[in-house]
Design a protein around this ligand. Structure first.
Ligand SMILES: Nc1nc2c(c(=O)[nH]1)N[C@@H](CN(C=O)c1ccc(C(=O)N[C@@H](CCC(=O)O)C(=O)O)cc1)CN2
Length: 283
């Protein structure tokens, strides 16, 4: 292996320790940072992720409540519940776990969350703040990727960063965060022609498509930093990313694993956002 590993578990642990300290300080001022998590339906992966979020919160002193609702809950009832949480001064962060059941309009649900409590950073106001550099919550997954780049002391200025994927929750905000650090950013997607020709020019590659082995060693410039956001189940049930880890690690300079890479960082950044929501509400 030539690449160095960027260990998401280790970095997330450091961030959780920082959150614990800041949470204790806030509690000493009489503010109890609280996160409300809403899970609609019985998607097994979502059940695991929301449970992790509750446990992470408890570990760092944040007060997280998980509300679960049946898959046939009406959209109107969900919106009403969010509005009640918006009006509750004891709740600092609201998170609706995605994906939602098909009969619900996810964007409408997200837009119902108060931007001040949008700890996922998915609201259009949060997206606009990120785009313009105004204060607001950044989506946890791309923010976690930026922290991983920061942890290896990587200077993005003038570097070519290629983001594969254009989702509202990862690809687009990722591109904005890289741009804010003065990288030259290319966004690739399903209609991109000759993906490899573009990724081979990249100093940094962020793969966020959800396609097993999308990025192979022949598509990577020697020494490049490769961040794998993908989370795919292989035929044997094991978790794997979008990057052919075994091949790419022989070419890249730095690489993130799956599991143990971006996933734990996504969860860590949620804690940071929740704490910040409480700190902002307290000032
Ligand atoms: N409201 C949201 N919904 C979803 C988000 C989100 O950020 N907000 N992101 C994903 C799922 N997700 C967070 O909710 C998430 C997925 C995976 C992990 C993680 O820690 N993965 C571990 C492996 C866990 C396992 O064994 O399954 C890892 O990569 O090491 C964290 C968060 C979609 N929905």
């Amino acid at each position: 292996m030539t690449a160095q590993l960027i260990d998401g578990n280790a970095l997330a642990k450091t961030i959780r320790a920082e959150v614990s300290g800041r949470t204790a300080a806030l509690k000493a001022r009489g503010v109890n940072p609280a996160l409300s998590i809403i899970l609609v339906g019985e998607d097994p992966a979502s059940q695991v992720y929301t449970k992790h979020k509750v446990n992470d919160s408890a570990q760092t002193g944040l007060d997280a409540t998980l509300e679960t609702y049946p898959a046939d809950m009406s959209e109107a009832d969900l919106l009403a519940r969010i509005r009640t949480l918006n009006d509750d001064p004891k709740v600092h962060g609201i998170l609706v776990q995605l994906p939602l059941p098909k009969h619900m309009d996810s964007q409408k649900v997200i837009e119902t969350i108060s931007p001040a409590k949008d700890v996922d950073g998915f609201h259009v106001a949060s997206a606009g703040a990120l785009m313009t550099g105004a204060p607001g919550f950044w989506p946890c997954t791309p923010h976690g990727c930026m922290k991983m780049l920061e942890s290896i002391g990587y200077d993005l200025r003038g570097k070519h960063a290629v983001v594969i994927g254009r989702s509202n929750i990862v690809g687009k905000p990722m591109a904005m965060m890289l741009l804010a650090k003065s990288a030259t950013v290319t966004i690739c997607h399903s209609a991109t022609k000759d993906l490899g020709a573009i990724t081979r020019q990249a100093d940094v590659i962020v793969a966020a498509v959800g396609k097993l082995d999308l990025l192979t060693a022949d598509m990577v410039k020697p020494g490049a930093v490769v961040i794998d956001v993908g989370m795919n189940r292989k035929a044997d049930g094991k978790l794997a990313g979008d990057v052919d880890f075994d091949g790419v690690k022989e070419v890249a300079g730095w690489i993130t694993p799956v599991p143990g890479g971006v996933g734990p960082m996504t969860r860590a950044m949620l804690l940071v956002n929740t704490l910040e929501a409480a700190e902002r509400a307290a000032t």
